[in-house]
Design a protein around this ligand. Sequence first.
Ligand code: NAP
Length: 248
Amino acid sequence: MKLLDQKTALITGASRGIGRGIAMTFAQHGCHVAFTYSRSIEAAQALEKDLQALGVEAKGYQSDAADFDAAQELVDQVLKDFQTIDVLINNAGITKDNLLMRMGESDFDSVININLKSVFNMTKAVQRCFLKQRKGSLIHMSSVVGVKGNAGQANYAASKAGIIGFSKSVALELGSRNIRSNVIAPGFIETEMTEKLAEDVVQGWREGIPLKRGGQPEDVANACVFLASDLSTYITGQVLHVDGGMLT
Ligand code: NAP
């Protein structure tokens, strides 16, 4: 069953990892996909082709989610190209891990700008379109680390916790206009972001997870399908944990 037939989604940071998984899964559900990336031009071009091969409209845009004006220009261009946006997925994110003792100011600022300010930028940019349509689904990618904290990730945890507060506030502000705002908090999802970790660390993580495996991008993508689709029209302001039971 195609749950997103003829909808249009804008996904940030989809050239790799979870974002790529979301884009492909959405296309399999009949969704047209506009997506962004930062530097991976070839990967973005390949994704564009893979999405179009699934019979949907698809286009990649090189755009820095941390840049306020660029976010507005991006949304204007996507609306020109696709006529509408039904779903925004704020997925772009980075890590710059270090113990607080060694964390420089730029490590803090860049993580906050790319992970959190981007969510403000993009949500502001689609707001007018969603208000006009009197509908829209906002999905923001937080993390188990934003809920629980993690040694060596104070900057990342702050950015991901901030997303939760932001989303709940937007859900309260825009609920009366039929605009929903929800967060997904993935646990340990095996992507390039986690490939940076040592194998023994990764194995330790897997053993500590009740479902005894790391998640795959598709696990997160399927949760996004639910929150983007009409199956979740009475759900807003929530944090959906996609973590194999890590926080249980
Ligand atoms: P990833 O493999 O490192 O991919 C990150 C994506 O974000 C890439 O497409 C990258 O584009 C894009 N990006 C980076 N900076 C950007 C910017 N300034 N503007 C626009 N796009 C930008 O990461 P991932 O593991 O898929 O993670 C995706 C999201 O899930 C992140 O928000 C992350 O914090 C969150 N998350 C991940 C995990 C996990 O275990 N992997 C767990 C919890 C939450 P380029 O390819 O061009 O650099």
